[in-house]
Design a binder for this molecule. Structure first.
Ligand SMILES: C[S@@+](CC[C@H](N)C(=O)[O-])C[C@H]1O[C@@H](n2cnc3c(N)ncnc32)[C@H](O)[C@@H]1O
Length: 233
Protein backbone atom coordinates (compact mmCIF):
# COMPACT_ATOMS: atom_id res chain seq x y z
CA UNK A 1 0.00 0.00 0.00
CA UNK A 2 1.31 3.43 -0.91
CA UNK A 3 1.98 5.84 1.95
CA UNK A 4 -0.51 8.69 2.33
CA UNK A 5 0.74 12.26 2.70
CA UNK A 6 -0.83 15.50 3.91
CA UNK A 7 -1.67 18.09 1.25
CA UNK A 8 -2.32 21.80 1.28
CA UNK A 9 -0.17 22.59 4.34
CA UNK A 10 2.13 25.53 4.94
CA UNK A 11 4.44 26.83 7.68
CA UNK A 12 3.03 29.16 10.33
CA UNK A 13 5.18 31.00 12.88
CA UNK A 14 3.89 30.74 16.46
CA UNK A 15 4.24 33.13 19.40
CA UNK A 16 7.41 31.59 20.84
CA UNK A 17 9.23 31.72 17.48
CA UNK A 18 8.91 28.00 16.77
CA UNK A 19 7.05 27.04 13.67
CA UNK A 20 4.06 24.84 13.14
CA UNK A 21 1.99 23.93 10.12
CA UNK A 22 -1.39 25.15 9.02
CA UNK A 23 -3.83 23.08 7.02
CA UNK A 24 -5.01 25.59 4.44
CA UNK A 25 -8.29 23.77 3.83
CA UNK A 26 -9.47 23.72 7.46
CA UNK A 27 -7.33 26.63 8.75
CA UNK A 28 -6.33 24.37 11.63
CA UNK A 29 -2.76 24.58 12.99
CA UNK A 30 -0.73 21.57 14.18
CA UNK A 31 0.14 23.30 17.49
CA UNK A 32 -0.96 26.26 19.58
CA UNK A 33 -0.53 29.61 17.81
CA UNK A 34 0.82 30.93 21.14
CA UNK A 35 3.87 28.69 20.83
CA UNK A 36 4.36 25.23 19.36
CA UNK A 37 7.40 24.19 21.37
CA UNK A 38 6.19 25.70 24.63
CA UNK A 39 2.86 23.87 24.26
CA UNK A 40 4.50 20.51 23.53
CA UNK A 41 6.91 20.92 26.43
CA UNK A 42 4.12 21.82 28.85
CA UNK A 43 1.43 19.33 27.84
CA UNK A 44 3.33 16.28 26.72
CA UNK A 45 6.76 16.48 28.33
CA UNK A 46 6.09 18.12 31.71
CA UNK A 47 2.51 17.02 32.45
CA UNK A 48 2.83 13.64 30.72
CA UNK A 49 6.35 12.22 30.49
CA UNK A 50 7.90 13.89 33.51
CA UNK A 51 4.86 12.96 35.63
CA UNK A 52 4.86 9.27 34.71
CA UNK A 53 8.62 8.98 35.18
CA UNK A 54 8.25 10.57 38.64
CA UNK A 55 5.89 7.72 39.67
CA UNK A 56 8.69 5.24 39.00
CA UNK A 57 6.78 3.65 36.10
CA UNK A 58 9.24 1.68 33.90
CA UNK A 59 9.84 0.59 31.22
CA UNK A 60 7.85 3.04 29.21
CA UNK A 61 5.67 2.51 26.17
CA UNK A 62 4.28 5.69 24.65
CA UNK A 63 1.55 6.02 22.03
CA UNK A 64 1.13 9.33 20.23
CA UNK A 65 -2.03 10.07 18.25
CA UNK A 66 -0.95 12.46 15.46
CA UNK A 67 2.79 12.38 14.61
CA UNK A 68 2.63 15.47 12.38
CA UNK A 69 6.00 17.24 12.30
CA UNK A 70 7.66 14.87 14.81
CA UNK A 71 8.06 17.64 17.38
CA UNK A 72 6.66 15.65 20.34
CA UNK A 73 8.76 12.65 19.40
CA UNK A 74 11.97 14.69 19.23
CA UNK A 75 11.27 16.52 22.51
CA UNK A 76 10.61 13.15 24.18
CA UNK A 77 13.86 11.65 22.93
CA UNK A 78 15.66 14.83 23.94
CA UNK A 79 14.22 14.70 27.46
CA UNK A 80 14.82 11.05 28.19
CA UNK A 81 17.88 9.81 26.39
CA UNK A 82 19.14 7.53 29.14
CA UNK A 83 16.56 4.79 29.37
CA UNK A 84 15.36 2.78 26.39
CA UNK A 85 11.69 3.18 25.64
CA UNK A 86 9.15 2.49 22.92
CA UNK A 87 7.35 5.31 21.10
CA UNK A 88 4.60 4.40 18.66
CA UNK A 89 2.93 7.18 16.74
CA UNK A 90 -0.04 7.26 14.37
CA UNK A 91 -0.29 9.47 11.33
CA UNK A 92 -2.80 8.83 8.52
CA UNK A 93 -1.42 11.81 6.52
CA UNK A 94 2.36 11.97 6.75
CA UNK A 95 3.99 15.39 6.52
CA UNK A 96 6.13 15.47 3.34
CA UNK A 97 9.89 15.21 3.84
CA UNK A 98 10.76 18.72 2.62
CA UNK A 99 8.51 20.19 5.32
CA UNK A 100 9.81 17.89 8.11
CA UNK A 101 13.31 18.95 7.03
CA UNK A 102 12.58 22.68 7.20
CA UNK A 103 10.99 23.01 10.66
CA UNK A 104 13.10 25.17 12.98
CA UNK A 105 13.06 22.67 15.86
CA UNK A 106 16.81 21.93 16.02
CA UNK A 107 17.36 25.16 17.93
CA UNK A 108 15.04 23.95 20.73
CA UNK A 109 16.76 20.58 21.20
CA UNK A 110 19.63 19.98 23.60
CA UNK A 111 20.80 17.13 21.36
CA UNK A 112 20.98 18.98 18.07
CA UNK A 113 21.65 15.83 16.03
CA UNK A 114 18.20 14.35 16.82
CA UNK A 115 16.45 16.21 14.05
CA UNK A 116 19.03 15.25 11.42
CA UNK A 117 18.69 11.61 12.50
CA UNK A 118 14.93 11.84 12.19
CA UNK A 119 15.05 13.48 8.76
CA UNK A 120 17.61 11.03 7.42
CA UNK A 121 15.69 7.92 8.47
CA UNK A 122 12.31 9.42 7.47
CA UNK A 123 13.72 10.10 3.99
CA UNK A 124 15.04 6.57 3.49
CA UNK A 125 11.96 4.87 4.82
CA UNK A 126 9.37 7.00 3.04
CA UNK A 127 11.29 6.36 -0.19
CA UNK A 128 11.00 2.63 0.52
CA UNK A 129 7.30 3.09 1.38
CA UNK A 130 7.78 1.33 4.72
CA UNK A 131 4.77 1.12 7.00
CA UNK A 132 5.45 1.28 9.85
CA UNK A 133 8.73 3.14 9.66
CA UNK A 134 11.20 2.36 12.45
CA UNK A 135 13.35 5.33 13.41
CA UNK A 136 15.98 5.44 16.15
CA UNK A 137 16.38 8.63 18.15
CA UNK A 138 19.00 7.86 20.79
CA UNK A 139 17.53 5.18 23.06
CA UNK A 140 14.06 5.76 21.72
CA UNK A 141 12.68 3.33 19.15
CA UNK A 142 10.12 5.22 17.18
CA UNK A 143 7.56 3.43 15.00
CA UNK A 144 5.50 5.67 12.74
CA UNK A 145 2.31 3.98 11.54
CA UNK A 146 0.69 5.52 8.46
CA UNK A 147 -2.76 4.80 9.80
CA UNK A 148 -5.54 6.37 11.83
CA UNK A 149 -6.35 5.64 15.45
CA UNK A 150 -9.62 4.07 14.30
CA UNK A 151 -7.77 1.54 12.11
CA UNK A 152 -4.77 0.92 14.38
CA UNK A 153 -4.46 -2.54 15.95
CA UNK A 154 -1.89 -3.49 18.58
CA UNK A 155 -1.29 -6.20 21.16
CA UNK A 156 0.74 -3.70 23.20
CA UNK A 157 -0.81 -1.70 26.02
CA UNK A 158 0.68 1.76 26.41
CA UNK A 159 1.73 3.53 29.62
CA UNK A 160 1.49 7.05 28.28
CA UNK A 161 -0.80 8.48 25.60
CA UNK A 162 0.01 11.76 23.87
CA UNK A 163 -3.38 12.65 22.42
CA UNK A 164 -2.51 15.32 19.87
CA UNK A 165 -5.45 15.17 17.46
CA UNK A 166 -6.78 18.25 15.67
CA UNK A 167 -9.28 20.20 17.72
CA UNK A 168 -12.94 19.25 17.90
CA UNK A 169 -13.80 22.20 15.62
CA UNK A 170 -12.24 20.39 12.67
CA UNK A 171 -12.30 16.76 13.88
CA UNK A 172 -15.14 16.35 16.33
CA UNK A 173 -15.14 12.55 16.08
CA UNK A 174 -11.66 12.41 17.67
CA UNK A 175 -13.11 13.78 20.93
CA UNK A 176 -16.15 11.56 21.32
CA UNK A 177 -17.32 8.14 22.55
CA UNK A 178 -16.06 5.47 20.18
CA UNK A 179 -12.71 7.06 19.41
CA UNK A 180 -12.02 7.79 23.06
CA UNK A 181 -13.03 4.23 24.00
CA UNK A 182 -10.57 2.96 21.36
CA UNK A 183 -7.64 4.92 22.74
CA UNK A 184 -8.48 3.97 26.33
CA UNK A 185 -8.57 0.29 25.28
CA UNK A 186 -4.93 0.71 24.22
CA UNK A 187 -3.85 1.94 27.68
CA UNK A 188 -2.13 -0.26 30.27
CA UNK A 189 -3.50 -0.32 33.84
CA UNK A 190 -2.06 2.73 35.60
CA UNK A 191 -1.53 4.37 32.20
CA UNK A 192 -1.62 8.15 31.79
CA UNK A 193 -3.40 10.11 29.03
CA UNK A 194 -2.59 13.76 28.32
CA UNK A 195 -4.05 16.21 25.85
CA UNK A 196 -3.94 19.96 25.28
CA UNK A 197 -7.64 20.67 25.70
CA UNK A 198 -10.58 19.88 27.96
CA UNK A 199 -14.09 19.37 26.67
CA UNK A 200 -17.21 18.26 28.52
CA UNK A 201 -17.65 15.30 26.16
CA UNK A 202 -14.10 14.16 26.66
CA UNK A 203 -14.30 14.33 30.45
CA UNK A 204 -17.60 12.45 30.48
CA UNK A 205 -16.34 9.80 28.09
CA UNK A 206 -13.19 9.29 30.18
CA UNK A 207 -15.13 9.06 33.46
CA UNK A 208 -17.65 6.63 31.93
CA UNK A 209 -14.68 4.44 30.98
CA UNK A 210 -13.52 4.45 34.61
CA UNK A 211 -10.60 6.88 34.32
CA UNK A 212 -9.70 9.43 36.95
CA UNK A 213 -9.78 12.84 35.25
CA UNK A 214 -7.72 15.86 36.30
CA UNK A 215 -7.94 19.37 34.87
CA UNK A 216 -4.45 20.81 34.80
CA UNK A 217 -3.15 24.30 34.05
CA UNK A 218 -2.89 24.73 30.29
CA UNK A 219 0.11 25.73 28.18
CA UNK A 220 0.75 29.51 27.96
CA UNK A 221 -2.27 31.19 26.35
CA UNK A 222 -4.63 28.35 27.28
CA UNK A 223 -6.50 28.03 30.55
CA UNK A 224 -6.49 24.28 31.01
CA UNK A 225 -5.55 20.86 29.70
CA UNK A 226 -6.52 17.34 30.66
CA UNK A 227 -4.70 14.45 32.27
CA UNK A 228 -6.51 11.17 32.94
CA UNK A 229 -5.30 8.01 34.65
CA UNK A 230 -6.52 4.47 34.11
CA UNK A 231 -7.03 2.49 37.34
CA UNK A 232 -4.32 -0.08 38.15
CA UNK A 233 -6.54 -3.19 38.31
C1 LIG B 1 -2.43 18.62 16.09
S1 LIG B 1 -1.62 17.75 14.78
C2 LIG B 1 -0.36 16.83 15.64
C3 LIG B 1 0.96 17.56 15.80
C4 LIG B 1 2.10 16.63 16.08
N1 LIG B 1 1.97 15.89 17.31
C5 LIG B 1 3.43 17.35 16.02
O1 LIG B 1 4.19 17.29 17.00
O2 LIG B 1 3.70 17.95 14.97
C6 LIG B 1 -2.83 16.46 14.52
C7 LIG B 1 -2.33 15.31 13.67
O3 LIG B 1 -3.27 14.23 13.75
C8 LIG B 1 -3.33 13.61 12.49
N2 LIG B 1 -4.61 12.86 12.39
C9 LIG B 1 -5.73 13.23 11.72
N3 LIG B 1 -6.67 12.28 11.87
C10 LIG B 1 -6.14 11.31 12.64
C11 LIG B 1 -6.63 10.05 13.10
N4 LIG B 1 -7.87 9.65 12.81
N5 LIG B 1 -5.81 9.25 13.84
C12 LIG B 1 -4.54 9.67 14.12
N6 LIG B 1 -4.03 10.87 13.72
C13 LIG B 1 -4.82 11.67 12.98
C14 LIG B 1 -3.23 14.79 11.53
O4 LIG B 1 -2.89 14.38 10.23
C15 LIG B 1 -2.18 15.66 12.20
O5 LIG B 1 -0.89 15.35 11.77
Amino acid sequence: MKLKFAENIAFYETGDGSNTLINKTTNETYHSKHGAVQESLHVFIKTGLEFILSTGHRPLKILEVGFGTGLNAMLTADYNCIEPFIYHTLEPFLVPLDIIKNTNYTRYLKQKHLKDYLVDQYKKQTEQELNPMTLYLGNCELKVFNTSLEEFQSDLKYDLIFYDAFSRHSQQEMWEGETIAKVVSLMAPGGVFVTYSVTGNLKRAMRDLGLEVERMAGAPGKREMLRAIKPKI
